[in-house]
Design a protein around this ligand. Sequence first.
Ligand code: MRU
Length: 330
Amino acid sequence: MIADGKYLTALWYDGESESVLYIDQTLLPHQLIIRKMITFEDGLRAIRWLEVRGAPLIGVAGAFALWLGMRESAGRGAPEERFNTLAERLLATRPTAINLARGIRELKHDLHSETLLLQRAITFREEEIERCRRIGMNGVPIIRALAHKKSDGVVNILTHCNAGWLACVDYGTALAPIYLAHNEGIKVHVWVDETRPLNQGSRLTAYELEEHGVPCTVITDNAGGLLMQRGEVDLVIVGADRITRNGDVANKTGTYLKALAAFDNGIPFYVAAPETTFDYELETGSQVPIEERHGNELQVETPDVAVRNPAFDITPARLITGYLTDKQTL
Ligand code: MRU
């Protein structure tokens, strides 16, 4: 997608330097800095400190980090052992998104050739981009149908966190249908939850939408309920970090409250995700490991007060109108 007037993706392989380049998302929207991932430790650090973040992107970044780790440890022990040790360390960085495990799985069968490992990571990245594009295509008809019903033709869509191209290499999940609808001339306006405590909404989603020319307004995380009661929200679309067999969704903290408010107000609530975000091994959302992050992210000013910072919550399937996937709308 477009950033600083040029076409960019969140992460890509650079053949010249034989390394991985990525946008450091901790510095946006103030600085667009491209960093180099040269070692496994670089990849681990980038994922842990949210320089790369968003479920599909950490899956892809994890796959490249594994390739780097296998390359630098070549000749030092059995490939299976080296791979398992690296995979274990990667999985510990961000436990909620299933995409990291999926990225690891993608590389599992090519352990004996670094060239094949790299090729697999490159292909996986391309496949994720294509899956996101398809999510967009599958979501546009929903937005188009709502536009036909509006007297002013403007569809007001609320989203939480950042589920755009920055979170997914390109296009995004929740934002993909919005970009494609906007491109085809459908009038959309996006309510952007700021998404405390790290503000992925006001920093990243707002940045993406502004760069692409999509009208948007940042709101506090708790304003959505009022806007829904007043008829100012036509549709909610969010992304997902993991979807369990029964359709429960783990996503950024605050998603559940938006789903409750949407349900109470009869507003369609869609979850957009590629098939790499579906976890067919877990039955319900209660089994999903929830990442607990450091309390200092909340920047609470009262000294010594206890702070809790779960990074994700679970939205039960009964509150979800449908799932926008790369295969179909469910
Ligand atoms: O902690 P983050 O910024 O990695 O959380 C990201 C989200 O919760 C996104 O909504 C989710 O990964 C979907 S990304 C397309």
